[in-house]
Design a protein around this ligand. Sequence first.
Ligand SMILES: [Zn+2]
Length: 268
Amino acid sequence: MDLKVDLGVFGGSGFYAFLQNVEEIEIDTPFGKPSDKIAIAEYEGKKVAFLPRHGKNHQFPPHMIPYRANMYAMKKLGAKKILAPTASGSLQPHIKPGDFVITDQFIDRTTGRKDTFFDGPITRHISPAHPYCSALREIAINTGKDLGITTHEKGTVVVIQGPRFSTVSESRWFSKMGWEVINMTQYPESYLARELGMCYVNIALITDYDAGLEGRDDIPPVTEEEVLKVFEQNNEKVKKMLFEIIKRTNSENHKCNCPNVELSELGI
Ligand SMILES: [Zn+2]
């Protein structure tokens, strides 16, 4: 089997299998081993690679995920596009559990994570001003709407370190800033894709309201059980959407400003 893939998919919490008739491969990288074996299969004439970012047994909590190894492995396999669903919380009342958000900006509140491929001697300064691929975002938005899923066209995701959730004050601060979504894995994953010149889209799957919402006693703070339950309910919906996005991606018509550099040009 030719292992060159067209695109990669990262699975999040509760999402550990995606493709059928897969070939599983183990990859090593200069940045260590990825979270698990990578499953490769063909779908609609495209080669797709799937990797659960937490590992199949959810053995890597968000702050321990080998983000660099995961992204490097996808790049090495030839993936030019990455689809990245994430279990997320809502920071705004109009974004409800069960909704999807195609995020367009992130706020990094993580600490101590390995978040660059350029630790020296090669030095590069890459701008994440617009961290997500405009073309993939458009496909994701249209696909969500066509499938009848409530899909918000943009949103800023606050990425917290985890594994703990937020205090009421932290959550109130994020909400008051007008930010929409909160999760634990969008940084540095999305930025690392940008460093490697890959097109990347995040689909934030809203499972809960973060620490409850200001003045809304009917909306309680999140529990872990609740997150996993709603995420499971969303699972089939997400997979259907991802398959449809894969069907709609097309290299010839793909116009965006992502850098699309080859690994050899990066010197890593
Ligand atoms: Zn792009």
